[in-house]
Design a protein around this ligand. Structure first.
Ligand code: EPZ
Length: 462
């Protein structure tokens, strides 16, 4: 029964919950999914796109200047489109040509960010720093939590206050104002309670135009932070120490335009390397900056993979996979964003593995889905214990966040039979055309859009 049929038919005598179940089931049948036939070896070369978590914050930095910023190697993702929408709502102009974005922040006419945009894309909260530095005030809704955790922004707010902003939070909106005639933030020494990536990036952007020197201690060291520093330096900022726990920014009067290339996405690269490992294949993945993935490469080698570095690429070969233990940590430790994808591999490893998620409080939801595929996993708090199984079995599974969805795709590549992976609204946020990339190296995977199929069937029937 189609969704329309259920709505047009008066409630049947059946128990109402059955109608609701039918609607829910129909809703399920309306959603796109990836259909995978597992058990195939992969071979060939996979290309890594630009880093989502770098491109997003680099886009926000365009608010710091009236000149044009050109960003190259920007991946075509829904999150990128969301940030473009945010910048446009503030008065910015965003144009894409091939893999480059032209960002023009000359006509920023408001410092109020719309709730619905911040709610749909957490990263747009990062605009608060540049907006405050540029306009002397910013009104940005709290981004709120998400599937993996509460995602607080306490450190972001604490740092802006230290730089002289008056910040209030009312009705879910953060309002920050720089008092005084100059509307200019003042440099400050800020010690972060935790090495928050977003807080570090927000405060770097705010400090770039502040009056005086800002020192951020216990700063995040992620490659995306270093990439932001690279763009800001190209714009004329004065920054040193990015990539270390202490970043010093000497504020300048103004910043100018720049033409800058986004680093390769280390999390996508790790996901593609894991596709080779879980199918016991040999693949080349390029471009990769090995230092951005050192903890992940070490774990893959500990698990039995052979990895060769050649210029801008990595070649990985996997045959027998051993169990390993891993604990997520801030960079340079093992990245939380690859915890779920790596767990899919460990579900098929020889032996018992332990996976400890130390960054987010609720990032083990993919365990239940892997169990539906036959994985043997026990959890205790933020730790999962896996007894590897010889083969996972195909099933319909659901990704609960961006990286959990990627983990389900990996598991589907290895599972016996045909799996359906739902949660593409998450996957498309961080992986550009993952199914096409995997198809190109021999995976049996396709995107199924029932609504399109229904339309096609109706056209044939007419
Ligand atoms: C960035 O999120 C990434 N997102 C995340 O990637 C990534 O998982 C995360 O960094 C950690 O590496 C983007 O860059 C857009 P955090 P962010 O502030 O900045 C706690 C993906 O899948 N914390 O470093 O929001 C927080 O609760 C996404 O691509 C505080 O306690 O992460 C969390 O436990 C998911 N107080 C930890 O720090 C604060 O004020 C890391 O958060 C801020 C954060």
């Amino acid at each position: 029964m189609t969704l329309a049929a259920v709505h047009s038919t008066p409630f049947s005598t059946a128990h109402p919950s059955e109608d609701i179940a039918v609607v829910a089931q129909d809703h399920e049948s309306q959603r796109s999914y990836l259909r995978l036939t597992g058990g195939r070896r992969l071979s060939g070369e996979l290309t890594v796109s630009g880093a989502k978590n770098s491109a997003l914050v680099l886009m926000a930095a365009c608010l710091l200047t009236r000149d044009t910023i050109r960003l190259r190697n920007v991946p075509p993702l829904t999150d990128i489109a969301g940030m473009a929408e945010m910048l446009t709502s503030l008065g910015g102009k965003v144009q894409r040509s091939a893999d480059a974005l032209e960002l023009d922040g000359a006509e920023i006419h408001t410092s109020t960010a719309p709730y619905e945009l911040v709610n749909s894309l957490r990263a747009s909260f990062f605009c608060i720093g540049p907006l405050l530095a540029r306009m002397g005030m910013a009104k940005v809704p709290l981004p709120g939590g998400c599937q993996i955790g509460t995602r607080p922004v306490v450190e972001h707010v604490k740092g802006l206050k230290a730089m002289g902003a008056q910040v209030t939070i009312e009705h879910g909106v953060v309002t920050a104002v720089v008092p005084g005639r100059s509307h200019r933030l003042s440099g400050a020494r800020i010690h972060l309670d935790c090495p928050s990536v977003g807080a570090t990036e927000t405060l770097m952007m705010a400090a770039a135009l502040a009056d005086g020197e800002t020192v951020i201690e216990n700063a995040a060291q992620e490659p995306e932070v270093v990439d932001l520093a690279g763009l800001l330096l190209a714009m004329g900022a004065r920054i040193r120490g990015a990539g270390t726990p202490t970043i010093t920014i000497a504020g300048v009067e103004r910043l100018h335009g720049a033409d800058y290339g986004v680093i390769p996405d280390r999390i996508e690269a790790g996901t593609l390397l894991l596709a080779a490992a879980i199918t016991r294949s040999a693949l080349r993945v390029t471009p990769v900056i090995p230092d951005h993935l050192s903890a992940v490469l070490a774990k893959l080698e500990e698990a039995g993979c052979r990895i060769e570095r050649d210029g801008l690429g990595l070649t990985i070969e996997a045959s027998h996979i051993r169990a390993v233990d891993l604990r997520t940590q801030p960079f340079p430790g093992f990245p939380t964003d690859l915890q779920a994808p790596f767990m899919s591999l460990l579900a098929t490893a020889d032996g018992t593995s332990m996976v400890c998620e130390n960054i987010f409080e609720n990032r083990l939801q993919h365990v239940a889905e892997l169990q539906r595929m036959g994985a043997s996993i026990r959890t205790q708090g933020n730790t999962a214990f896996l007894d590897g199984v010889a083969r996972l079995s195909a099933a319909p599974v659901q990704g609960s966040d961006l990286r959990a969805s990627a983990a389900m795709v990996l598991a589907g590549l290895a599972a016996e039979g045909v799996s359906q992976v739902y949660g593409l609204e998450y996957l498309d946020r961080g992986y550009a055309g993952l199914e096409h990339k995997l198809q190109s190296v021999g995976a049996c995977i396709e995107r199924v859009d029932p609504a399109q199929q229904l339309g096609a069937n109706q056209a044939i029937a007419a």
